[in-house]
Design a protein around this ligand. Structure first.
Ligand code: NAD
Length: 249
């Protein structure tokens, strides 16, 4: 795990990931670099970790400081050690459906759906948000499971018209309580990816839980829904990376 700077949310995420590694018996190293670290210094560390045979997975906690180019950093990670699955090679593999790693948050959503015994095939699946980290890969994973997938985003006209049709609704927008009960179809499965910190320091999702739970057939809470699943999937990817790197030696 590599963390650059002292963003408090990033610190919490890295601590949680370190704790999860310890709980699973996965050896981990943390590289906490100062805010003023240069891109070259970070690239040099990634190069060292790419070559280090006792390290199977590399995770650079995003966002990195503004003077460092995120894409250059993602592209520098060995795709076989890319446990976040952000490298273009892994993104491309997800697109064609023949992948080693799945980005942790969408993978966690899929696992929640599967474990709850919910069928995806033939269902109307609506994903609100089109980020590279959540929305886009989420849509691809639902498509691979034969869902009929719609992606909504900031330029979508009449969002409610789309969300109302969803049998499975995944919301990853980053706006507190953005989706309300009146935007949800009776009995729909509602998965809230959002993690927003309110002024009173409380965490809340992108879905207004109180009004949504009255209409939804199943709904995830925030905190405690998708968040812990994301970390669990990171552990799964890390074990996969260890297996992959063993066979590539
Ligand atoms: P992002 O800011 O990269 O993307 C937000 C997306 O929402 C964009 O694609 C945008 O088009 C869409 N959007 C914005 N306004 C909209 C509107 N009015 N109508 C429809 N769509 C709109 O965010 P992200 O990285 O995808 O994260 C989204 C949320 O999920 C955030 O709250 C983030 O904290 C959370 N998140 C949670 C986890 C987890 O582990 N649970 C992981 C990643 C992100």
């Amino acid at each position: 795990m590599v963390i650059v700077g002292d963003d408090p949310a990033s610190r919490v995420y890295v601590n949680n990931k370190k704790k999860a590694c310890a709980e699973c018996g996965i050896y981990s190293e943390e590289y906490a670099l100062p805010e003023e670290t240069t891109q070259e210094e970070l690239l040099s560390l990634i190069d060292t970790l790419n070559k280090k045979s006792d390290i199977s997975g590399i995770l650079v906690q995003l966002p990195v400081p503004k003077h460092i180019d995120e894409t250059t950093i993602i592209n520098a990670i060995d795709p076989k050690k890319d446990v976040d699955a952000f490298h273009p090679i892994n993104v491309g593999k997800i697109m064609v459906g023949n992948f080693d790693f799945v980005p942790c948050t969408p993978a966690g959503v899929m696992e929640l759906i599967k474990e709850s015994g919910i069928e995806i095939s033939g269902k109307e699946c609506v994903v609100v948000g089109r980020s590279n980290i959540v929305g886009k890969p989420q849509a691809m994973l639902l498509l691979h499971q034969n869902g009929t997938v719609t992606i909504c985003h900031s330029r979508t006209k009449d969002l409610k018209e789309h969300t109302k049709k969803a049998d499975i609704l995944v919301v990853a927008v980053g706006i507190p309580n953005f989706v309300t009960g009146d935007m949800i179809k009776e009995g729909a499965v509602v998965i809230d990816v959002g993690i927003n910190r309110l002024e009173n320091k409380k965490l809340c999702g992108d879905v207004e839980f109180e009004s949504a739970e009255k209409v939804a057939g199943a709904i995830t809470p925030v905190p405690g829904g998708v968040g812990p699943m994301t970390i669990a999937m990171l552990m799964k990817n890390t074990v996969k990376a260890a297996e992959l790197n063993k066979t590539h030696k």
